[in-house]
Design a binder for this molecule. Structure first.
Ligand code: FUL
Length: 499
């Protein structure tokens, strides 16, 4: 399933260059034949996110709601032959979903408006295979969009291009059908913040072959919901490459793409004929110096890290005892958001139409742990060798640290009292690009500096765990970078729940 997802996702990547992203936003760069490796690095450093990509990154925690006929059949992939009569939640409460998501620190909810089985959670005019022919009748997409709006929660939808129910699937008319579905969703439910196009397709070599008219789909979204990010088989956000919740140790948001696709944005036209795949999203290295040396063009294409709180994406009673614990979710938090990604955590409603007690308990615990750890920055009152004022944070707990010095460059913090720490967090101001390639963190023991931890990329956020140390002098060394660095936040913390 993943291979197919990647292939399709990659093939659709060209639309990064779609007409609605004006060149002035600079979330891409051409590599010219005469550019030497230094010029290429410079260009990579100058690529910045578009406004919608920047906002999206700051949501950090987002939630997925897999809900549909599979909830009632126990399957993960329905075959499209399910009788709508089986869809009958007994105690449906979209407000409960939103309430729990809020308590988990989640900023956006994405509902599977239609999964691969083709069953629509809204009473679409495009097919009879929907809630309108279920005993439940209600419009789930509407219920959720209203609940989100009421609670100030962002809202998005997943619409599966692969449709196992529609007789049109595999024909040109399917694109009209899909556009009609999409148009209903982007026009009838208020503001949409994210649209998720899955690349999965299980048709196999002898199955139906569908040419998806993605440029047309994107145009519909941009026209009606210009602020929405289009993810996975979309131009704004890429799949991290696993469904484990764990991102790469080195995660670049600037990745190589093909120049032939690039001309599409320049000419302000969408040409499917020029479609070129940028590569495999599952590779361990997407954006290193070595990778970008061979690029024809570069683009800001950040990672979304999706994972389910349960083994499956849909609710199955037999998995009630297999819900991920708050500690496991915390580890995922460190390894997704803490590795320059946005976390998309799936919390599937059960047959009642509610988030199960086991899931909500873990989610609430998880958020409490995050709050407890990150509400106490041990560097808050530290003096720093960096700032003229020597005060690291202003009254609003904001800092901006600009480093334009030759590398390696080091800066020191001294805390008024010795502090005990086992977590380091640091953020680049990505509105200025992603630059850091290597850094390390040190503590002073007597007269000696000891290395506590080291890593490669930072990007939007990097969180590093290490064995507990106590000290009052800490040092950060930026060892390598692609240009002048702007840091927007950093801190030392203590996780006292660590086993
Ligand atoms: C995959 C799908 O096949 C799964 O069912 C699930 O929706 C996951 C998020 O994406 O490609």
């Amino acid at each position: 399933m993943n291979t197919l997802k990647i292939t399709l996702g990659c093939f659709l990547f060209f639309s990064l260059f779609n007409a609605v992203q004006p060149a002035a936003q600079n979330n891409f760069a051409f590599i010219r034949p005469g550019d030497d490796s230094l010029a290429i690095i410079k260009k990579a450093a100058a690529v910045v996110p578009s406004k919608r990509q920047l906002e999206w990154q700051q949501w950090e925690r987002t939630g997925f709601l897999h809900f549909g006929v599979n909830t009632f059949t126990g399957k993960e992939w329905g075959d499209g032959k399910e009788n709508p009569a089986i869809f009958n939640p007994t105690d449906f409460d979209a407000e409960q979903w939103v309430r729990i998501a809020k308590k988990a620190g989640i900023e956006l909810l994405i509902i599977t408006a239609k999964h691969h089985d083709g069953f629509c959670l809204w009473p679409t005019a495009t097919t009879e295979h929907s809630v309108k022919n279920s005993p439940f009748k209600k419009d789930i997409v509407q219920e959720l969009s209203i609940a989100c709006k009421k609670a100030g929660m962002r809202f998005g939808f997943y619409l599966s291009p692969w449709d196992r129910n529609s007789p049109l699937y595999g024909t040109d008319q399917y694109n009209d059908f899909f556009v009609a579905q999409l148009t209903e969703l982007v026009t009838q439910y208020g503001k949409i913040d994210e649209v998720w196009f899955d690349g999965a397709n299980g048709e196999g070599p002898n199955g139906k072959k569908q040419h998806y008219d993605f440029p047309r789909y994107y145009e519909v979204i941009r026209q009606h919901q210009p602020k929405a990010v289009i993810a996975i088989s979309g131009p704004d956000v890429r799949w991290v490459g696993t469904e484990t919740g764990y991102g790469r140790d080195t995660e670049w948001s600037v990745v190589p793409v093909k120049a032939s696709s690039f001309t599409q944005i320049v000419s302000d036209k969408l040409h499917t004929t020029n479609l070129v795949a940028p590569g495999d999203m599952m590779e361990t290295d997407l954006g290193s110096r070595k990778k970008i040396q061979y690029a024809e063009a570069l683009a800001w294409y950040p990672a979304e890290t999706d994972v389910s709180i349960r083994p499956g994406w849909f609710y199955h009673e037999k998995e009630d005892s297999l819900v991920k614990s708050a500690d496991k979710l915390l580890d995922i938090y460190f390894n997704s958001i803490g590795k320059n990604g946005v976390l998309l955590l799936n919390i599937p409603p059960d047959k009642r139409g509610r988030i199960h007690e086991a899931d909500s308990a873990a989610l609430i615990q998880w958020n409490l742990k995050i709050k407890e750890i990150f509400s106490n920055n041990l560097l808050l009152h530290a003096r720093s060798s960096l700032k003229n004022t020597r005060r690291l944070f202003d009254d609003n707990y904001k800092t901006t640290i600009q480093i334009n010095h030759p590398l390696p460059y080091e800066f020191v913090f001294s805390t008024p009292q010795p502090v005990r720490t086992n977590i380091f967090m640091i953020q680049e101001d990505i509105s200025k690009g992603q630059k850091v390639e290597a850094f390390s963190v040190w503590v002073k023991k007597g007269t000696e500096w000891q290395k506590i931890t080291a890593a490669t990329t930072i990007g939007y956020k990097r969180i590093l765990e290490f064995d507990e140390v106590t000290g009052s002098e800490f040092k950060i060394i930026i060892e390598a970078a692609r240009g002048g660095i702007v840091l927007s936040q950093l801190g030392l913390y203590y996780n006292n729940t660590k086993k």
